[in-house]
Design a protein around this ligand. Structure first.
Ligand SMILES: [Zn+2]
Length: 153
């Protein structure tokens, strides 16, 4: 489960060549199963603009960290508010104290015999939070340059 952020300007899907086809990694029976895609058509259809994708929990935690109150699984920020969101990213990047509550240890709970489904969390380090902030900052830079806002879902 993940949340993707899209600019709210007028964008369309584009088609590009598959990165792995030239090396024939898409062929069925490929010895490199990480990249094998027997359904590959040779091209990939994707948004023609920068987007950002995070796991659900990471997306809502990031939004809270940069100052979005009560972020849900979908929402929108108008272009007029993008500078405020950018200030939230800068504040988070410059304050270890602000990021500290986002550090989490890995845990594994529940499972057979416990009466609860198994939940595995791999934790979160400050480096991961900083990488997400960098990634999101690039997305916001694009939105600001385009004078648009963004939405997520
Ligand atoms: Zn391919």
């Amino acid at each position: 489960m993940s949340i993707t952020f899209y600019p709210d300007n007028d964008w369309s899907m584009v088609e590009r060549s598959c990165d792995y086809c030239p090396e024939a990694k898409c062929s069925p029976g490929n010895p490199d199963p990480e990249h094998a895609d027997p359904w590959c058509t040779g091209s990939i259809r994707e948004p023609g603009v920068p987007t950002c994708n995070f796991a659900n929990g990471n997306a809502t935690a990031l939004l809270r960290l940069i100052g979005v109150k009560s972020p849900g699984p979908c929402g929108e920020i108008t272009g007029a508010l993008v500078p405020e969101i950018q200030r939230g990213v800068i504040a988070a990047r410059n304050s270890r104290k602000r990021r500290l509550p986002h550090d989490a240890d890995a845990y594994d709970v529940g499972g057979p015999g416990t009466g609860h489904c198994r939940v595995i969390s791999f934790g979160n380090t400050d480096d991961q939070t900083m990488r997400r902030l960098d990634y999101f900052q690039e997305f916001l830079d694009y939105c600001k340059a385009q004078g648009c806002g963004f939405y997520w879902g």
